[in-house]
Design a protein around this ligand. Structure first.
Ligand code: ADP
Length: 301
């Protein structure tokens, strides 16, 4: 197959691993900087031009779209869809999953366990919002945050009010969540490919840190999921219409709950922690699904 990886940087671990895995399985691999793609909007013969040359003959693409480049990145993915090229994740699913509130609303509708979560727009509604999630301690999150930046633990109502007021004062969108204390700074990353979890790791925050992000000094190792957790992770990805997803789970007193989904999950942390060939699983998924011509999005919202 001729496979394109939409990535800004060919030397990133994840990009390199996908190229290697594809090469190893006999495919023709190309890294495409999607910010250098331009397109014609036409019904007749849509094309993507890359650095002056039209991209032709591609069977499949693997989008690795950065959170800050979602708007343009998904437009490029959509153009490939218009050209009939199979994509590992559809443009709509990527956009959908980038909106944390939309994600949580969709997951809740499907009955997938979540931390009790609330959101509000007006600072006048702060007290009601704090009530909705059962009072302190609670976690306040910036909707636009990644890598644990903008995730704050408030232990008292006063602290919660101050933080919410400060964020709202900056016009930032936030959500408020019950604090799952019993997770004890640990979360689980499930790497879903198609309808399977192909690797899973637990991430433990540094001592005294409730956030387990590796970027915040957390450590990672392989973990065995319960059958229920496997099923939650696969259902969560399916609910969002994602074929490839990182599903983050917390173990709470009321069962395992989904915290968030990532449509371009990194391969570095998980391959190193588990020793699994996750990149190879993604290429095998393309081999299987990319030739079936099944490429639609059936999610309602
Ligand atoms: P980001 O998308 O910025 O990584 P997350 O929502 O994943 O933000 O939160 C970062 C970390 O904080 C998580 O990996 C988890 O360890 C911890 N965390 C997030 N929400 C909660 C919560 N409701 N209860 C307990 N810990 C949480």
């Amino acid at each position: 197959m001729k496979i394109g990886i939409l990535s800004l940087n060919a030397s990133l671990y994840s990009t390199k691993r996908l190229v290697d895995a594809g090469d190893k399985l006999g495919h023709e691999m190309h890294v495409i900087d999607y910010l250098r793609c331009y397109m014609n909007i036409t019904a007749h013969k849509p094309i993507v031009v890359y650095k002056g040359q039209p991209l032709e003959g591609f069977d499949a693409i693997i989008p690795r779209i950065g959170a800050s480049k979602t708007f343009y990145g998904t437009a490029v993915v959509r153009q490939f869809e218009m050209m009939g090229v199979f994509t590992a994740n559809r443009s709509q699913a990527i956009s959908r999953s980038r909106d944390k509130l939309r994600c949580l609303q969709l997951l809740a509708k499907k009955g997938i366990g979540l931390p009790v979560t609330g959101f509000a727009h007006s600072p006048k509604d702060i007290e009601g919002l704090i009530d909705i999630v059962g009072g302190p301690p609670l976690v306040i999150k910036l909707l636009e945050g990644t890598q644990g930046i903008g995730v704050v633990l408030a232990e008292t109502t006063q602290a919660a009010k101050s933080v919410i007021e400060a964020f709202r004062g900056l016009d930032a969108n936030i959500l408020v969540q019950e604090f799952i204390k019993e997770a004890d700074g640990m979360d689980i990353r499930c790497f879903v490919v198609g309808d399977k979890v192909v690797a899973s790791m637990k991430r433990q925050g540094a001592p005294g840190e409730f956030r387990s992000n590796l970027h915040r000094g957390g450590s990672a190792e392989q973990i065995k999921l319960t059958p229920e957790e496997r099923s939650i992770a696969v259902r969560a990805a399916k609910t969002m219409g994602l074929n490839i997803a990182g599903v983050d789970i917390l173990r709470s007193n009321h069962g395992s709950v989904v915290m968030e989904l990532n449509s371009s999950p990194g391969l570095g942390g998980i391959e190193k922690a588990t020793g699994k060939d996750v990149a190879g699983k993604i290429i095998e998924f393309l081999e299987k699904e990319g030739t079936l011509g099944k490429n639609s999005d059936r999610v309602e919202y």
